[in-house]
Write a protein that binds this ligand. Structure first.
Ligand code: ZN
Length: 215
């Protein structure tokens, strides 16, 4: 599957590039013909710094941020983003501030919660929510609900990847969207053209990555 992969880069900063793997993929509620692999951006510290610089732009001069909440293993980028947002500069809103980076956890009932020790950085604070991919919006909504539950004020949402079919109730600032992927198609389960053509599923997509089904 990966031998068919190709890469796309961010036009204004080609250092930031991601692999696109063509195939027949399923999430828990949709099928698609491409998978965008953002794992490199999350793990490569040299690139993560550039990513953070790009993600900071919409907030730098205008948005007060106390805490960055990271979902889907975005902590490395989150730390660099905190550094970017708090950089020196007269027009920098959070210049010199301490910005906390925290991640919610799944409790034994599968609910997203913050440990008691982190609640002081959420309750009444301005929160920037940082998530890897927004495909169905389901994980993102869980994150927003969790922040609301603890009394956090959502100041912004940033993602590495946003599928263009997602309804945005709150504005999402993505690095890449499905429109950056040539020929990208997303289907509701049951309406998938690949399924109709009898093409077998290649892999299951989750927030952790993909798992091949036909090994
Ligand atoms: Zn399908």
């Amino acid at each position: 599957m990966e031998d068919k992969a190709f890469s796309i880069s961010l036009a204004k900063n080609p250092v930031i590039s991601v692999n696109v793997i063509p195939g027949h993929f399923t999430t828990n509620n949709a099928h698609s013909n491409n998978y965008l692999d953002v794992s490199g951006l999350k793990s490569n510290t040299a690139v993560a710094r550039d990513v953070a610089r790009e993600l900071a732009i919409p907030y730098l001069s205008s948005t007060l941020v106390d805490t960055i909440v990271c979902m889907e293993k975005m902590e490395v980028i989150g730390a660099y983003l905190a550094q970017e947002l708090a950089q020196d500069g007269t027009s920098v809103m959070n210049s010199g501030d301490v910005i906390y980076v925290v991640s919610p956890i799944n409790n034994t009932y599968g609910n997203l919660v913050f440990p008691d020790s982190a609640i002081k950085w959420i309750s009444g604070k301005n929160i920037l929510l940082l998530i890897a991919t927004v495909s169905s919006g389901r994980a993102l909504n869980c994150g927003i609900e969790c922040i609301n539950y603890y009394g956090g004020k959502l100041a912004g949402i940033s993602a590495l990847y946003l599928a263009s079919n997602v309804k945005q109730e709150d504005k999402i600032h993505p690095l890449f969207t499905s429109e950056d992927i040539p020929g990208y198609k997303l289907y509701n389960t049951g309406e998938c053209e690949l399924c109709k053509a009898g093409v077998k599923l290649d892999a299951l997509i989750s927030s952790e990555g993909y798992t091949e089904l036909n090994r």
